[in-house]
Design a protein around this ligand. Structure first.
Ligand code: FES
Length: 891
């Protein structure tokens, strides 16, 4: 469509508004109630234009082909001026201070500060730690209300009052802190007047005086693009980047507000060395010398395989690349692993076996176009809030939703069908769904004939999983199973999103394989008839840590260490031999330490004493190992057991890249310098190499990524320079001209035969089942205000939103155990015990309990077992048999 704006002809997409035409034409037109992220409402009349002779609000008026739009006409200017002047007249003078949106609109319209003549009598609500409301500044534009509903999907806000006294308020009434607000900050971000502000950026702040740094969030694996605003070496605020490819101008409480840990007095800022009296501050030289001598002693006395490193899913790609290179090139061992071992290693193994590559099959924007979402074993509303919000919006706009999770997690309330399988029965559930797809003819026979293998074997095994039998195993009613299968089976473009509820099981890889069967049966992967299978990665760079080869069996780019061709390529780049046998996985490292075979363990940015299963066994391993090095922000439980603790930089102090859950490389840039003597992990690895007498080359992160591309062809086209220009690039990206492949397998699967591989896997019971001694099943997971071990979020303002841990139990179980809400209960498993306050909730199924591992004092992982996925060694966090008893009443 073609439109003329003040004589300038512009081409427009169908269904564009007059406002879009004005912007393309480059004309100056203020807006106030409009935000591109929201449905336009046209209430403020700031954007008046003339369209084919009619005076209209540009933001809500569709452009029509051939239309003439007038913007700069004097009467229109006057109308816009008068409309805003009326709005401003009810506001107090400070509304026009600073360079907020309203102040800028007023300046553009020639409205001076004297126009603001309102009083200050409606009061403030500063009850919330991150969202402050000044009612006198509210113009009732409703942007905050729409943001909360249309982007975040929390529906926490409303407009109350009449006429000029209309203001935003929590829908629950009462103070903001007691509302349903999840502190995403979207309302603050969109507010044009300063009625809603955050503590770091009060009304009147001149944004131009702040330094802006574009980076990628260091919390979960969503990969939100953020703008960090700093002043005098401190973070003033963090804003979501409006052009962030995944977050699109949205963020969550963690990325946006959980940065207080940076200046925590508990931050480690000097190296610490264990002496007789405990850990004491030392110089970097002394710490590095101690480490080098310890590594030399381990290698000389017991060989290179007596040394191991746990790399960090919180560290950058370049840091992970350098760490695995150090282990392979300098020490001469493949004993390097990362925490994907504890979360999505079954996704990596399962997706590789099914489709060929170790990553989600599609870009998230494709998933978001699906007409049926199957969300399995994931609670994105809390663990990946930006993805959770976008999935919810998709559902609110009409997509069907099947949630499979034992708990009534956030999305379950919107599900067409909520399947609640007994923990540990996923394989039976997925086989049951596949049985219905197959027996009711909801499969893509053409796809199965030409692009998949394994159908006869799968058909044979699925005969043993009719809905009634699956109902017996899983506890899911047969009718619900059939209804869910029909929703997925009859959708035009179904998508699967899964989380740790699929992977953290004794048969987690089988869970991923049997889940992938559903997409293959429907031809909903590698085609335009669906959006495959997409794991929600937990930590910010857990995908990248594995991509970079911080794995004991895989070199950068997922080439096996046993593959002589891949090894030869790495050896050519690195100029030395690479060991040809698999190294130790994390659980094997701990076992080797306990048996005395491991003499040095280097742990980078992981609090294994809090996050790994069977804490007592982990502590015994650390205490048995002659040299334990911990690189950390804080004196975590793990650091307390180390011999040397090195002060590390955080994600806001680093240069490099992360890879998010849909395989996108994005830049990480330092907004601050590390405090005192803290260093980046990149610098620390180089320093340890130098102390050991080695030079790792690649002196900068950019050079490290470039070198990685020479070792791993799938990353060859990705460089810092390109990312700085283009923003985000998904892998595979084999050369500098390649745009990166967001959606995989459109031509062929990356398996050796080019086919998708169906998997015929039987249901096998979990490692632990309830019995007379331990009659309940404990599930562990995350809550919205915290992250992983909680070392960062517990030291940020987020602690005020969720200050303590508890164990969730169903009221029926509580009654059976004579437990009331808030009572302290002793929880015991075969592996350990802990005490926690009880929270009674029907979110949990009777017979099950739920707690997080965010609070080290809770010792949740003292309870969890050493059972692990039979393929990848991923711990069975989701199924631990426990018992409980009340120890005392409410505190
Ligand atoms: Fe168009 Fe408010 S911005 S009417």
């Amino acid at each position: 469509m073609r439109v003329t704006v003040d004589g300038v002809v512009v081409d427009l997409a169908e269904e564009s508004t007059a406002l879009a035409a004005v912007r393309i034409a480059g004309a100056d037109l203020p807006t106030l109630c409009h935000d591109d992220r929201l449905t336009p409402v046209g209430s403020c009349r700031t954007c008046m234009v003339r369209l084919d002779g009619r005076v209209v609000a540009a933001c809500v008026t569709p452009a029509v082909d051939g239309a003439q739009v007038g913007v700069e006409e004097e009467d229109l200017r006057r109308m816009r001026h008068d409309a805003v002047e009326v709005i401003v007249s009810a506001l107090p003078p400070q509304a026009l201070e600073g360079d907020g949106e309203l102040a800028r609109v007023c300046r553009a319209l020639g409205i001076g500060p004297q126009a603001a003549q309102g009083g200050t009598d409606q009061g403030r609500d500063h009850s919330h730690p991150f969202v402050h409301l000044d009612r006198d500044l509210c113009i009732a534009c409703g942007r905050c209300v729409r943001m909360c509903a249309e982007v975040q999907g929390t529906f926490a806000l409303t407009l109350v009052g009449r006429g000029s006294e209309t203001v935003v308020a929590p829908g629950t009434g009462g103070p903001w802190a007691e509302s349903d607000c999840v502190a995403c900050g979207g309302c603050v971000d969109t507010c044009p007047t300063g009625a809603l502000t955050e503590p770091g950026l009060p009304i009147g702040t001149h944004l131009a005086s702040l330094t802006r740094t574009r980076t990628t969030c260091g919390y979960c694996g969503v990969g939100c693009a953020l703008e960090v605003l700093t002043r005098d070496g401190e973070v003033a605020a963090v804003r979501p980047a409006k052009d962030g490819p995944v977050n699109r101008g949205h963020a969550c409480v963690k990325g946006r507000f959980a940065h207080g840990f940076l200046r925590s007095p508990e931050r480690i800022t000097r190296p610490l060395l264990r002496r007789r009296s405990g850990l004491e501050p030392v110089s970097w030289d002394e710490a590095l010398d101690h480490i080098a001598r310890g590594l030399w002693a381990a290698v000389n006395e017991a060989g290179p395989d007596a040394v191991a490193a746990i790399s960090s899913a919180r560290a950058t790609n370049e840091e992970n690349y350098l760490i695995q290179k150090f282990m392979r090139v300098v020490i001469g061992t493949n004993n390097v692993d990362n925490c994907s071992r504890l979360c999505h290693s079954p996704s990596a193994a399962g997706l590789t076996a099914a489709f060929g590559l170790s990553g989600g099959t599609d870009a998230f924007e494709d998933v978001e176009r699906a007409d049926c979402l199957l969300v399995v074993g994931a609670n994105p509303v809390e663990a990946h809030p930006v993805v959770g919000a976008r999935l919810l919006q998709r559902v609110l706009r009409g997509a069907r939703l099947v949630v499979a999770d034992p708990r009534a997690v956030g999305l379950a309330g919107y599900a067409d069908v909520h399947l609640r399988p007994r923990p540990g029965t996923n394989v039976a559930l997925f086989n049951g769904l596949a049985n219905v797809l197959l027996t009711q003819g909801m499969v893509d026979e053409e796809f199965l004939r030409h692009r998949a293998s394994g159908l006869p074997e799968l058909t044979a095994i699925l005969a043993g999983y009719p809905p009634d039998r699956v109902a017996e195993i899983t506890g899911v009613p047969a009718a619900d199973l059939i209804a869910a299968a029909r929703l997925y089976g009859q959708a035009k473009r179904p998508a699967i999103v899964h989380g740790l509820g699929v992977t953290e099981h004794l048969h987690g890889t089988d869970g991923v394989r049997t889940l992938a069967n559903l997409a293959i049966l429907r031809g909903a992967v590698g085609t335009d008839r669906g959006f495959g299978v997409n794991p929600l990665r937990g930590q910010n760079n857990v995908q990248g840590a594995s991509d970079m080869g911080a794995l004991p069996d895989l070199l950068p780019g997922y080439n096996r260490v046993t593959d002589s061709v891949a090894r030869g390529r790495a050896e050519q780049v690195w100029g030395t031999e690479v060991p040809d046998h698999d190294g130790l996985r994390i659980p094997q490292m701990f076992a080797a330490a306990r048996s005395g075979d491991l003499r040095a363990l280097w742990i980078i940015g992981e609090d294994v004493c809090a996050t790994d299963p069977d804490t007592n066994q982990v502590i015994e391993a650390l205490e048995s190992c002659p040299l334990v090095i911990s690189q950390e922000l804080f004196l975590s439980e793990t650091a307390r057991h180390a011999d040397v603790v090195l002060p590390a930089a955080s994600w806001l102090e680093k240069d490099g890249t992360f890879v998010n859950f849909d395989r996108r490389f994005q830049r990480v840039r330092p907004a601050l310098v590390p405090p005192d003597q803290a260093r980046t992990d990149f610098a620390i690895v180089h320093a340890i190499a130098a102390a050991y007498g080695a030079d790792l080359g690649c002196p900068t992160p950019a050079e490290a990524l470039a070198e990685c591309g020479r070792v791993a062809p799938v990353f060859a086209g990705i460089t810092h320079q390109r990312l700085d220009r283009e923003g985000a690039i998904p892998w595979p990206c084999p050369n500098a001209e390649h745009p990166g492949q967001a959606r995989l397998y459109l031509d062929r699967f990356a398996t050796p035969d080019g086919l998708a591989h169906l998997a015929a896997r039987p249901y096998l019971p979990p490692g632990e089942s309830p019995d007379d001694d331990y009659p309940l099943i404990l599930i562990t997971g995350r809550r919205w205000a915290h992250y992983n071990s909680g070392n960062m979020t517990r030291r940020s303002g987020t602690i005020d939103l969720d200050p303590s841990d508890h164990i969730d139990m169903h009221p029926a179980d509580a009654a059976h155990h004579a437990v009331r809400d808030g009572d302290t209960v002793l929880v015991e498993s075969r592996h350990g015990r802990t005490t926690l306050p009880a929270r009674l909730t029907e979110e949990i199924t009777p017979g099950q309990l739920f707690c997080t591992f965010h609070f080290s004092s809770s010792r949740a992982n003292a309870l969890t077992s050493g059972h692990a996925d039979t393929v990848t060694s991923c711990p069975e966090y989701k199924v631990t048999a426990v018992r409980l008893r009340r120890t005392q009443g409410r505190s």
